[in-house]
Design a protein around this ligand. Structure first.
Ligand SMILES: Cc1cc2nc3c(=O)[nH]c(=O)nc-3n(C[C@H](O)[C@H](O)[C@H](O)COP(=O)(O)OP(=O)(O)OC[C@H]3O[C@@H](n4cnc5c(N)ncnc54)[C@H](O)[C@@H]3O)c2cc1C
Length: 382
């Protein structure tokens, strides 16, 4: 099953990750969901397999692979646990911004432990005044006596309570047209004034922690600035746009594969009228629709990742993949519940969790409306 053709090495990676996921993730995914717990203890194990540092260069202890490989890893994890999928994908965003925009010293300082999974990363952009209003961020960074002093509150932040390396965007001034200037900083866990606030009780993706992070007079050396002063919007949008949204698309492709596999298994096992329901044509139509949604999302995601690996612009392609995959995953999960009759709403089966995870994926990394606006803008420009 799968129309997109991967290289032999990519298939080998998928096989290795799948074996790990089936042994270490699949048996516990439901328990993490019920307990609403992120299994942080698995990160060093995933580090040994190269998952935590999948695209981090080998010189910093990573696997040195590409964004297609990263999507494969997220898809495989999310086939069983979308929650752990988003925890990993956000960890990747934290590593990505340091790898892409960091100085040699910053890379040497942070990437080896992030790649090893002994430290967990995060990216804090969204604020209570609205995630869609990216430039409306109110958190501030002020230069006082040669040090940066950060104040503000971020919300809906994945890994908020478990990350050791947090990356913040804050407003550090205004330009000559009065527009906000954003800059980015790396903040280490334990820095005075920095810490988690409220933890959200989410509908889905519950194998991850989501919550507030607060900065109250956090004082940083200039060496903690990531990229140049004023580069914050480029850094954060680059990470959210291409890494965040493609990561969410990969998570949803994993959920879609779960829907295909669970619907086939159930339809073959459930006997009604003395025969498996897979013999009923109405059930076959549902399985066909699950397969089409999965294949289409898969093709969109991996075509976009081929562009990303070739260092081609892919913002719109990633938005198309994220928009389609997250909406399709919600459709497919609901369809699979319908196919299962009463069993579809019994929590012993994972499909109810798939629906909650798919719905929770829709706003993560910007809502479907925002993806539509990006796609429409690109289409109208021609
Ligand atoms: C599980 C989860 C994990 C997350 N992890 C992170 C993270 O790690 N880091 C991080 O920084 N953020 C994270 N987020 C935040 C996420 O990026 C935001 O939730 C998202 O950008 C939407 O922002 P908002 O929730 O404030 O909604 P709003 O921006 O308040 O949007 C409200 C409504 O207005 C609509 N809307 C907004 N603008 C327009 C427009 N121009 N035209 C028409 N309609 C519009 C939206 O589509 C939506 O329906 C996470 C969110 C979730 C749910």
């Amino acid at each position: 099953m799968q129309m997109y053709k991967f290289t032999e090495d990519q298939e080998m990676l998928r096989k290795a990750v799948r074996e790990f996921v089936e042994a270490e993730i699949a048996p516990h995914a439901q328990e993490w969901d019920e307990e609403d717990r992120c299994p942080v203890e698995l990160f060093p194990k995933m580090g040994e397999l190269g998952i935590t540092g999948i695209f981090v260069p080998e010189q910093y202890g990573g696997a040195g692979l590409g964004y297609t490989e990263r999507a494969i890893v997220l898809e495989e994890i999310s086939r069983y646990s979308g929650g752990l999928g988003i925890a990993m994908m956000t960890h990747h965003m934290g590593a990505y911004v340091i790898n892409t925009f960091g100085t040699a010293e910053q890379k040497q300082k942070y990437l080896p432990e992030l790649a090893a999974g002994t430290k967990i990363g995060g990216l804090s952009v969204t604020e209570p005044a609205g995630g869609s209003d990216f430039m409306g961020q109110k958190s501030t960074g002020e230069l006082k006596d040669g040090k940066w002093v950060l104040n503000g509150r971020k919300c809906f932040i994945t890994n908020s309570h478990v990350a050791s390396t947090d990356v913040w965007t804050v407003r550090t001034g205004t330009d000559d047209k009065g527009r906000p200037v954003l800059s980015t900083f790396i903040i280490e866990k334990g820095t005075p004034g920095h810490g988690p606030g409220r933890k959200e009780n989410k509908l889905g993706l519950r194998g991850s922690v989501t919550g507030d992070i607060i900065c109250s007079d956090v004082t940083l050396e200039p060496s903690q600035m990531l990229g140049k002063e004023g580069a914050g919007s480029k850094i954060a949008m680059g990470a959210i746009g291409e890494l965040g949204r493609s990561g969410m698309a990969a998570i949803c492709v994993g959920i879609l594969r779960g829907c295909v596999e669970e619907s086939v298994k159930f339809a073959n096992e459930r006997i009604v009228y003395g025969k498996p329901i897979s013999k009923l044509q109405a059930i076959q139509l549902m399985i066909a629709d699950n397969r089409v949604d999965y294949e289409a999302a898969n093709l969109l995601l991996y075509s976009a990742m081929r562009l990303k690996d070739a260092a081609q612009p892919c913002t719109t392609e990633v938005s198309i993949a994220k928009y389609f995959a997250s909406e399709a995953a919600a459709r497919a999960a609901k369809r699979t519940m319908d196919l299962m009759g009463g069993y579809g709403v019994i929590n012993e089966y994972p499909v109810g969790r798939f629906l909650r995870d798919a719905l929770t994926s829709i706003p993560s990394g910007a809502t479907s409306v925002i993806q539509q606006l990006i796609i429409a803008g690109d289409t109208l420009r021609g």
